[in-house]
Design a protein around this ligand. Sequence first.
Ligand code: SAM
Length: 284
Amino acid sequence: MTAPEASVRRAGSYDAANTTWGGLDGELARLETQAALSFDEELRIMRDLGLAGAGPLLELGAGSGAVTRRLRAAEPDLPIVAADIDEKVLAHAAGAGAPLLLGDAARLPLRTGSVGGVLLRYVLQHVADPAPVVAEALRVLRPGGLLVVVEVDSMLWGLADPMYPELASVHGTMAAAQRGAGGDRQIGRKLTRLLRGAGFGDVVLRPFATTNDDHPTEAFAPHLGPERLVPLVASGALSMAQLALATDRWNRFRADPDAWVMLLGFVVAGTAPGGPAGSPWRNR
Ligand SMILES: C[S@@+](CC[C@H](N)C(=O)[O-])C[C@H]1O[C@@H](n2cnc3c(N)ncnc32)[C@H](O)[C@@H]1O
């Protein structure tokens, strides 16, 4: 692992040991389940956008390598570097088949124009200011290189049937807590402007949906279940009564054989200027 600075910290609203119930182990399991849920959909879109030709791919905020591992298996010829600011989390990516790089996505120890692709998956929602991160991605990309951002937007999180409107305040509290810690769960709607503003061309947004038609309802536990609320109770942001309400509704939902859920995510991509004319996806 390359360590450009003596001590590298976490940044923004992400704190792996305090994200979900069970501390760091709980979060490692959550990242794994989260990747398993939608990776196939994301991969289909990334391939369509030219992933195979975007090497070496720098995965910024790679975390525990849940996606690194899947990308290596799906695209064995694509060289990948897994980078993260959090040494403890990144250590778990050691077996992912990619060199590890410890550092801040806004100040990378890499030469200008040295990579063919950059992936930022569920990272920009955690940084206080995403613009310097996107600008740094542009700097390290070679002309024509591909930036892919995978994100959500809390107001377009998806649909469920039955829906529980009484949980609105719980979800509002969660978004407010992330905002208060320097993150932004409404990043989805800002991404195309962010990439264009940084100087990327051919910017596109591709939504993807994940439903329990294709996955067991239980696989949605990291998104719909109460585990992620536990640290908010510990910090005093959420009451025990709100946690009990959320737990009850999740238990009702998972026990209902007719319950349906669809989560929405967004892949936003752009190319660094100066490459060959015509993006791979412009005419698709
Ligand atoms: C929610 S996790 C996502 C991990 C991985 N991308 C995935 O999808 O499984 C967010 C990751 O972004 C990292 N991160 C946050 N701010 C960062 C920064 N400024 N530079 C590098 N990594 C950062 C965190 O340490 C964390 O590992």
